[in-house]
Design a protein around this ligand. Structure first.
Ligand SMILES: C[S@@+](CC[C@H](N)C(=O)[O-])C[C@H]1O[C@@H](n2cnc3c(N)ncnc32)[C@H](O)[C@@H]1O
Length: 282
């Protein structure tokens, strides 16, 4: 007869227990809720942080996080992936210009929510299109993100000089007809974009996981954000967007995102399926 041992009673995923403990603790102690972020990429990022902090287990990382705020700051940056670009996926911006702008033109005053705006390249791209189409003056853009440090950079409107060549190509592919360099001046800190582009923009912190709706919008642009969320959280955000859009409002998602499998699939009609532009129809 074998001795009763301390082997797990049932097959369990020990790492998942540690990940859940870490996410619960981060939520309770720091108030950041990453519990519904898609697991595979979350786990990869936690391990990357663990390795950089020179700890060998997720529990070790948890201990470090609770006793070292700076470590939490570093993890925050790891988890809020801020990759962005001006006129990213230019065909989307071309489609926005051709199909969304004529719809927006019908409103006397336009409210747009750019959720998950990161460092502001997307917001500036939208502002450029609206300016060229003569709509910027009657538009208020609410550009929000969970991460305060990216918002500071977005407000600054200074982007890396070495990106200007790519951004110029993107701008032209997005239907731009001017000289892109008209929009910025170059300085030692980078390319500083014209302040008039963001005069009507409100940059503020908003967490899609826990914050509620704050206005009614004619268009919501939320691209490459929900890709990091699990299905339940995506549904929550879609509820929020549905409640925040006017009737016949426009929802723009990223190239790898869709509403097809969400609880609101039947509430929208695709007006450009390739570029993920949807219109609220009921
Ligand atoms: C990959 S960037 C996308 C930026 C831009 N929309 C684009 O497509 O280029 C994702 C952004 O979503 C933000 N984000 C992540 N979780 C969020 C949340 N719960 N609420 C609001 N923003 C969030 C991140 O901070 C990051 O800036």
């Amino acid at each position: 007869m074998s001795e009763p041992g301390l082997e797990p009673a049932v097959a369990v995923d020990l790492e998942e227990i540690e990940v859940e403990a870490l996410l619960d603790a981060v939520h309770r102690y720091y108030g950041f809720d990453f519990r519904q972020y898609a697991r595979p990429s979350l786990r990869r990022r936690l391990w990357r942080r663990a390795t950089l902090e020179k700890v060998t287990t997720i529990s070790g990382l948890l201990e470090r996080l609770l006793h070292d705020r700076a470590c939490m700051e570093r993890l925050l940056l790891d988890l809020s992936i801020n990759v962005t670009a001006m006129f990213r996926d230019p065909t989307f911006f071309l489609a926005f210009r051709r199909t969304v702008v004529p719809l927006l033109r019908t409103y006397p005053f336009i409210r747009i929510w750019n959720a998950g705006c990161s460092t502001g390249e997307e917001t500036h791209s939208l502002a450029i299109i609206l300016a060229e189409e003569g709509l910027l003056e009657r538009t208020r853009i609410y550009a929000t993100d969970i991460n305060e440090s990216v918002l500071l950079r977005a407000r600054d409107g200074v982007f890396p000089l070495d990106q200007m060549r790519t951004y110029t190509e993107n701008y032209l592919a997005a239907g731009g007809t001017r000289s892109f360099s008209e929009y910025y001046v170059t300085g030692y800190e980078g390319a500083r974009f014209d302040r008039s582009l963001t005069e009507g923009v409100v940059f503020s912190r908003h967490n899609l996981v826990s914050d509620s709706s704050f206005n009614e919008f004619h268009a919501i642009i939320c691209r490459n954000v929900m890709i990091y969320f699990d299905t339940a959280l995506q549904d929550r955000v879609h509820d929020l967007f549905y409640d925040s859009l006017v009737r016949f409002g426009i929802l723009c998602l990223g190239q790898k995102e869709s509403i097809t499998f969400t609880s609101h699939a039947a509430d929208y009609k695709a007006i450009d399926a390739h570029d993920r532009i949807f219109r609220k129809v009921r």
